[in-house]
Ligand binder design. Structure first.
Ligand code: 5GP
Ligand code: ZN
Length: 121
């Protein structure tokens, strides 16, 4: 499967192995890796291998891809040590655009969890 690769994109470089990362999961179209600056005891990112700048660029052709990410999140959260629902759990965040707090313009889903307190709210 071929993916759109942006030579200037840090997450495209991570997907391509040009920048090292601590891999959590990989398949043909998705890559997951530990966040370099975790906000929680468990904090990893799930990204599409193909370059999509943000949620704002999504179209109906991405329905399956985004569905796969959302189904992968709970599975990987458990594998990474989050306790099961309802006592455990995790938080999913997708920052989008400058006012949404997005710093890396390659769509990524944050999955955060572990014993609290680790974040507000
Ligand atoms: P954003 O603010 O765009 O939603 O989140 C970007 C996330 O990517 C941040 O949590 C940041 O710590 C993480 N990050 C940025 N650069 C790297 C990197 O080179 N490696 C890894 N593993 N995470 C990164
Ligand atoms: Zn990219």
């Amino acid at each position: 499967m071929s993916h759109t690769h942006d030579a200037d994109c840090i997450f495209c470089k991570i997907v391509a192995g040009q920048i090292p990362s601590r891999k959590v999961y990989e398949d043909e179209e998705l890559y997951a890796f530990h966040d370099i600056a975790p906000w929680a005891p468990v904090h990893f990112l799930i990204v599409p291998k193909t370059h999509i700048a943000s949620m704002a660029q999504l179209g109906s052709e991405h329905e399956r891809l985004m569905g796969r990410i959302m189904l992968l999140a709970p599975r990987l959260a458990l594998e990474q040590g989050c306790k099961p629902y309802p006592e455990g759990g995790f938080r999913v965040v997708v920052n989008t655009g400058a006012e949404g707090g997005q710093e890396v313009p390659h769509l990524h889903v944050h999955v955060m969890g572990g014993p609290r307190p680790w974040a507000r709210g």
